[in-house]
Design a protein around this ligand. Structure first.
Ligand SMILES: NC(=O)c1ccc[n+]([C@@H]2O[C@H](COP(=O)([O-])OP(=O)(O)OC[C@H]3O[C@@H](n4cnc5c(N)ncnc54)[C@H](OP(=O)(O)O)[C@@H]3O)[C@@H](O)[C@H]2O)c1
Length: 338
């Protein structure tokens, strides 16, 4: 006898607003998905793995701008199988993943046993990669690969100069360090915590700057030409300092905005040294660029290195890890098994 698919009863984590306007989170076990909820060209994914990212952290903190409608389920990456398809592109039981798409921001996200998404967000899982491995990489890995691809020729041109990675222990930062160390690049980093110095050194970082000291620079428009490329994950006023240290025709890649969207910069590095300021946006990658980035996902060496740095957790553990005092200490990549 054929098993009935609908209605699907499933568990998710929801960010909710209480009557007193307080933001909190709760595991909801009796969500219901009906056949009529699946529009044309949409699929239902049975999520096997997802991961933790800065956007999710902000949502757990109740960041006003990100959550458009309460209750909201965070989770920007997902891997698993097609459970039901209302699309010509996918068949039931195909292994798939979603990274660098608007999942979890424009729609309910992947901290959920089932998700309903448009088929153009979904990609078939490449051969040789598991649903867990693809989530060890995720959008943060995708972003780091994109940033390295954009700047590699410049880095190699100035091989004697180091590169700088700010927000070193972020997912994007750690992934960037891994990629650059694998090709023998001299890497300096800016970080906010001393506790991770040993891990960063082991990964191949040559010099670690504490953020508090790094920002204490003389207020000159230009400083020593130290770095060929800066991978800037923090945003805010740190951008201004980084720009002053970049070599002639070097690049600052603006990737993250943890310290804010607004930066007061001195424009002389741009005018006198021809420094380029390039924004990185993972989601806006075209089909060919995505293909190129996804090729790196299949690197056996990378997967082995990431496995050593990954911790698999359950949905029940997420809320505790998302508390600032725990989240801010993390150096591991947290992958959630649904
Ligand atoms: N452009 C894109 O397409 C794209 C894609 C993915 C992510 N991002 C952005 O990249 C940034 C990093 O994302 P992620 O998911 O990799 O981050 P994450 O893993 O959540 O890491 C956050 C890190 O930021 C640093 N940090 C410094 N000050 C902080 C503060 N006040 N509060 C919290 N963290 C602080 C810490 O590292 P240290 O102690 O080492 O400084 C911390 O480990 C975010 O801004 C994210 O939105 C952009």
């Amino acid at each position: 006898m054929k098993r009935k698919i609908f209605p699907i009863k499933y568990t998710s984590i929801n960010i909710i607003k209480t009557e007193k306007n307080k933001i909190t989170n709760k595991i909801i076990k009796n969500n219901i998905l009906k056949k009529e909820d699946v529009k044309k060209n949409y699929v239902i994914i049975k999520v096997e793995y997802t991961n933790l990212n800065y956007k999710d952290f902000l949502m757990f903190k109740g960041n006003g701008g990100l959550v458009k409608k309460f209750p909201h389920t965070p989770g920007i990456d997902a891997s698993g199988i097609i459970y039901y398809s209302n699309s010509k592109k996918f068949k039931k039981s195909e292994k798939i993943f979603i990274v660098a798409r608007p999942l979890g921001v424009n729609t309910k996200g992947s901290f959920s046993e089932y998700i309903t998404v448009p088929d153009d967000w979904v990609e078939k899982l490449p051969k040789g990669l598991t649903t867990k491995e693809v989530m060890m990489i995720g959008t943060s890995g995708f972003t780091a690969i994109k940033a390295v691809n954009k700047s590699l020729s410049k880095i190699l041109k100035y091989k004697k100069k180091p590169v700088l990675v700010t927000g070193a222990t972020s997912n994007v930062g750690m992934f960037t360090i891994l990629l650059l160390a694998n090709i023998g690049i001299n890497i300096e980093v800016v970080t906010s915590k001393k506790e991770n110095n040993t891990i960063l050194k082991k990964m191949g970082v040559t010099k670690i700057h504490n953020i508090k000291n790094f920002v204490k620079t003389p207020n000159f428009p230009l400083l020593n030409e130290k770095y060929s490329v800066v991978f800037e994950n923090l945003g805010g006023d740190i951008i201004s300092i980084c720009l002053k240290y970049i070599v002639k025709k070097g690049i600052l890649l603006s990737i993250g905005n943890i310290l804010g969207n607004i930066s007061k910069i001195n424009i002389l590095p741009l005018i006198l040294r021809g420094v380029e300021l390039i924004g990185i946006n993972a989601e806006s990658s075209g089909a060919n660029e995505r293909k190129k980035i996804l090729k790196t996902f299949k690197s056996k060496k990378l997967i082995q290195q990431l496995s050593k740095r990954t911790k698999v957790i359950s949905l029940n553990e997420v809320s505790k890890i998302m508390k600032f005092e725990n989240y801010n200490k993390k150096t591991l990549r947290f992958v959630i098994k649904l």
